[in-house]
Design a protein around this ligand. Structure first.
Ligand code: ADP
Ligand code: ASP
Ligand code: MG
Length: 417
């Protein structure tokens, strides 16, 4: 429900607020929208590097720290930037104030470190905007039912912004970052990556979930569910003039808004996975359950899986887990050795998962084959494969990341002219 005055949420990521000069530049960007007559709510991340520093402090004091205290510590980065940006806006003569998660309130569940937003009361913020004020909201944080501070997982300010856009019935959620849009792959590793004017919710969701960190996965999920119009754009440049026929950034849209559909929308990589092989396991019914049971109990998420059977009655099961679960997964399997009766446990965390994503895969075959052929031409060994309706992923040695992504980008005809 939009009012006659356009209402927008503007979110600025870590590099966009990295220092005072950048914060002043952000204040200018906000001023432009205010001057254009928009009601604006701003969401900010911590200054770049700050969250990593705070996470590092917690880990150094104790590997098994209390997650509630972790949240209390790591949420502070956003508190600092929200106050600083409010000051910078006030210095421009704009009526602005900072808001922390609990002041809104933004309520979450109690999964500390990766909490989910349950509800947002938008009334106070709407009243503030109606009175001509710009709320500057600390992203990434909320409070749980017990009143403790929570954080939403790394990259969570994107999700704060989308959730707020939904709660405030905003016309748009603009995500300002250090690149000028969503590209066919990470423009930092492929110079020929091409900016997409539009991408479907589904493709962006899949790309985010396999490693394209330009938007947090949950933010896309939420945008899709709540029909929030999300736009990604640069906080460093103004982008091309509208008259040039290009959008300043990239918009996430429904499939029917895209006229020319490509077979592959994009390629992503993730260095967040590690490989575990359980070797020489007697090949009998129930063996997969015996291997994965202890992992489920240890709260480990398994991603890719392959099983290869020899002709000697033995089998090997290889799979990947998130790097943060790696130590826990290995320990759980070592403890279950006498139940599983495996010959050897082999691990490797020097791997990368490369994924190609596109809704075109539903109706066209050959995408996986092109992937395997391209990698084999470069002598890159594929260790594990997994597929879904609109995605093919392979696990390869981490040293080939750039080579593989660039070769695939060219092979699918994605290279910019
Ligand atoms: P912010 O701090 O603004 O949230 P992030 O670092 O979280 O920014 O996300 C932006 C980064 O995402 C870019 O600098 C880029 O390296 C990376 N990225 C990965 N895949 C893509 C993609 N397909 N399109 C654009 N950026 C991407
Ligand atoms: N500052 C948090 C992080 O670095 C949240 C965010 O930037 O989105 O993960
Ligand atoms: Mg981010």
């Amino acid at each position: 429900m939009s009012t006659t005055v356009p209402r927008i949420v503007m979110k600025f990521g870590g590099t966009s607020v990295a220092n005072l000069e950048r914060i002043r530049a952000v204040a200018e960007k906000v001023r432009k929208q205010v001057d254009a007559g928009c009601e604006v709510a701003v969401v900010v991340s911590a200054m770049s590097g700050v969250t990593n520093l705070l996470v590092g402090y917690c880990e150094e004091l104790s590997a098994l720290h209390d997650p509630r205290e972790y949240d209390s510590v790591v949420s502070t980065g956003e508190q600092v930037t929200s106050g600083l940006l409010a000051i910078a806006l006030q210095a421009l003569g704009i009526n602005a104030r900072s808001w922390l998660g609990w002041q809104i309130p933004l309520l979450t569940d109690d999964a500390h470190g990766k909490a989910r937003i349950e509800s947002i009361d938008g009334q106070a913020l709407i009243a503030s905007m109606a009175a001509g004020q710009v709320p500057v909201i600390a992203g990434f944080q909320g409070i749980d039912p017990a009143g403790r501070i929570t954080t939403l997982g790394r990259g969570g300010s994107d999700t704060s912004a989308v959730a707020l856009a939904a709660a405030l019935h905003a016309d748009r959620c603009d995500i300002y970052t250090d690149v000028d849009g969503i590209y066919t792959t990470d423009p930092r590793i492929v110079a020929k990556a091409r900016k997409l004017d539009k991408i479907t919710y589904e493709e962006m969701l899949e790309l985010a979930s396999v490693g394209a960190k330009v938007l947090q996965t949950r933010s896309v999920e939420l945008a899709m569910k709540k029909r929030v119009r999300v736009q990604v754009l640069s906080s460093f440049t103004d982008g091309p003039a509208p008259s040039e026929g290009h959008l300043p950034g990239s918009i996430v849209v429904d499939e029917d808004e895209i006229v020319e559909k490509e077979l592959v929308a994009g390629i992503a990589y993730s260095r967040d996975e590690a490989k575990i092989s359980v070797r020489r396991v007697p090949d009998r019914p129930g063996i997969a359950a015996a291997v994965f049971g202890p992992l489920t109990e240890a709260n480990v998420n398994v991603d890719m899986i392959v099983q290869s059977t020899g002709d000697d009655g033995m089998t090997n099961i290889t799979f990947t887990v998130g790097k943060t679960d790696f130590a826990r997964a290995t320990r759980a399997l070592e403890e279950a050795r006498d139940v599983i009766h495996y010959g050897e446990l082999a691990t490797d965390d020097d791997v990368v998962k490369i994924s190609v994503v596109g809704v075109g895969m539903r109706s066209h075959t050959g995408v996986a084959n092109t992937m395997f052929r391209t990698l084999s031409e470069r002598n890159i060994n594929v260790q594990v494969i997994s597929t879904s309706e609109i995605k093919v992923s392979v696990l390869i040695a981490a040293e080939y990341t750039e080579l593989a992504v660039r070769a695939l980008h060219a092979a699918y005809g994605l290279d910019a002219a």
